[in-house]
Design a protein around this ligand. Structure first.
Ligand SMILES: [Mn+2]
Length: 290
């Protein structure tokens, strides 16, 4: 077998476990995230250079990464999938779990497991996303409403008690606007467009806890960098701004988990899955470098 960033077969020996969750049941517009995790893992295995240009080290020399697939969960209800994810994360106990979706709703499985391991008030979630995902339910656009849709995931996270820092936001509903404007909900929203783009230092100041979790919906980035996603919105994060933000946050705080969601592979280009693999690699190398 050719070498890969995923370089450890035995989970017990791994620093981190990449957990694949192909799921897209509540996706509202363009489907296709079911194939996301496999495509990202393909890029991680074959395309990512081991030599880290920033660290000037071989990543596979200092970190051991294992891989698990949650299996075929496509037909399950959102509630069942979330329980499965959260049980799986809990069973990986002391391991750093890196979740690959799937639609954004899958992150809630990781949040639920995290809420058992830590006091949610001590873990701030950085959400890079075009959308707030702060809906109470998806009844305004779905005929079969649920509280566990991708557009509700950060509302559920907030209800669990996690402080949220949202970056790249450029579309939201009245209810979402009211929710993040209410100080009691502990949501800091950095919008893109309609004003000046914040400095990275300004964003970092919004993190008041030692522990952080990063959830990246790839539509948070500009579609020029991440075209393959279900609900693309113009004018997102520039690539190196995003990388810089992630690196600085991980170097300042303690990263306790992460996910990348909403990758929907395209026929024309592998740019999105390659970008997602780069983001995954960036988070893991900055977390585990010795
Ligand atoms: Mn999202």
């Amino acid at each position: 077998m050719a070498n890969s960033i995923i370089n450890e077969k035995n989970i017990n020996n791994a620093d981190a476990v990449i957990l694949s969750v192909g799921y897209e049941k509540t996706a509202s517009s363009h489907k296709g995230t079911l194939a996301g995790p496999k495509a990202v893992v393909g890029q991680l295995s074959k395309q990512i250079e081991f030599f880290d240009r920033k660290l000037k080290k071989e990543a596979t020399d200092f970190m051991k990464i294992a891989y698990q697939d949650l299996g075929n969960v496509a037909a399950l209800s959102p509630e069942k999938v979330l329980t499965k994810i959260s049980d799986k994360c809990e069973s990986l106990k002391d391991k750093f779990v890196f979740l690959l979706g799937g639609e954004h709703s899958v992150s809630l499985g990781a949040f639920k497991a995290l809420a058992k391991k830590y006091n949610p008030k001590d873990v701030t979630i950085l959400q890079i996303d075009a959308h707030c995902d702060l809906r109470n339910d998806d009844s305004d656009y779905s005929d079969d409403p649920t509280n566990y849709a991708h557009s509700c995931v950060m509302r559920r996270a907030s209800e669990l008690g996690f402080p949220l820092v949202q970056v790249g936001i450029r579309t939201y509903s009245t209810d979402e606007y009211k929710f993040f404007s209410n100080k009691k909900n502990n949501v800091t929203t950095f919008e893109w467009g309609r004003g000046k783009i914040p400095t990275i230092e300004t964003i970092l100041k919004a993190f008041k806890t030692k522990y952080v979790y990063i959830t990246i919906d790839v539509d948070g980035f500009d579609p020029a960098h991440m075209p393959g996603t279900g609900t693309a919105v113009q004018g997102g994060l520039e690539w190196w701004y995003g990388i810089d933000l992630i690196e600085k946050l991980i170097n300042k705080k303690t990263l306790v988990g992460a996910d990348i969601v909403e990758v929907s592979p395209q026929k024309e280009t592998v740019l999105t899955e390659y970008g997602a693999a780069q983001l995954c690699y960036t988070m893991l190398t900055n977390k585990f470098v010795k």
